[in-house]
Design a protein around this ligand. Structure first.
Ligand code: MG
Ligand code: MG
Length: 268
């Protein structure tokens, strides 16, 4: 889940974590990774976003963690499920069944041993059209490039620039109203991680910081609006949007992707 730009976390302190805390955060994020992999496997035409939400919550609780989004400012579910033109914060529903050619952005977070994990990805439902497929690839790649900048001494703006340059060069647009965030014993901590370069000097990365980087990239306009449910964010032109997110620690050895799905670290 992400924050409104210039939200409250802008003024929140940037909290540095010690190695033991980062280890717990890795465990939390590996639960998130495991759940997202399971959801990815379960996605097929005909399944409802409600069913995915139920599966996610069940596995989360089995791993002795709590779904972080459920009840967060009143959000009703464990997963955010955002389809096609929905950017983020879509609410799972029994009535909303996936169709071939849809893309589904799934955002998930847990609270585990007092710390939070947060990650997201966009999943194709069967074969999707070429333009939408390219949008997904570019968004995922922009996150990869951003992660390479998570090095002590760099600034947040280096991350923002990496995303913005790659994405805009391909003719896509970046959602500005929502941003990434610091993460730790709160879901949203300072600093904000915008996916575009803002004016002024941004904070420097120091060892022990953990940040959730989450580019939200639109095929058409960058403009978005919130539906009457108070949550679901959609693109103003109804063109598709993709969203990828990882929680990443700044370490002496460079970026450590806590929510990596490459090889799930079992914590049973
Ligand atoms: Mg998230
Ligand atoms: Mg987030």
């Amino acid at each position: 889940m992400n924050c409104c730009a210039e939200g409250q976390q802008a003024s929140k302190p940037i909290l540095v974590k010690n190695p033991d805390e980062i280890l717990i955060m890795q465990e939390a994020n590996q639960i998130v990774a495991e759940v997202l992999c399971m959801v990815q496997e379960a996605v097929e035409p005909g399944i409802s976003t409600y069913e995915l939400d139920q599966m996610a919550e069940e596995l989360c609780r089995k791993r002795k963690s709590e779904p972080a989004f459920k009840g967060y400012h009143g959000f009703p579910s464990s997963l955010c499920t955002s389809i096609n033109e929905e950017v983020v914060h879509g609410i799972p529903s029994r009535k909303r069944k996936l169709k071939k050619g849809d893309i589904l952005s799934v955002d998930f977070g847990v609270r585990y041993k007092g710390f939070f994990g947060d990650s997201a990805l966009t999943i194709p439902v069967g074969k999707v059209n070429h333009a939408t497929h390219q949008l997904m690839l570019a968004t995922s790649k922009s996150l990869e490039l951003a992660i390479e900048k998570v090095v002590a001494g760099n600034r947040i703006a280096d991350i923002s620039k990496a995303v913005q340059e790659y994405v805009e060069d391909k003719g896509y647009s970046i959602v500005r109203q929502f941003v990434g965030h610091g993460i730790g014993s709160s879901l949203h901590e300072g600093p904000e991680i915008p996916n575009y370069v803002q004016g002024g000097q941004s904070p420097r990365l120091i060892e022990g910081m953990v940040i959730a980087i989450e580019p939200m990239v639109n095929l058409g306009t960058h403009k978005v609006k919130v539906l009457r449910d108070g949550w679901t964010v959609i693109t103003a032109d109804k063109k598709p949007s993709a969203h990828f997110e990882h929680s990443v620690a700044v370490t002496a050895d460079g970026p450590l992707v806590l929510s990596s799905r490459d090889k799930i670290l079992g914590i049973e």
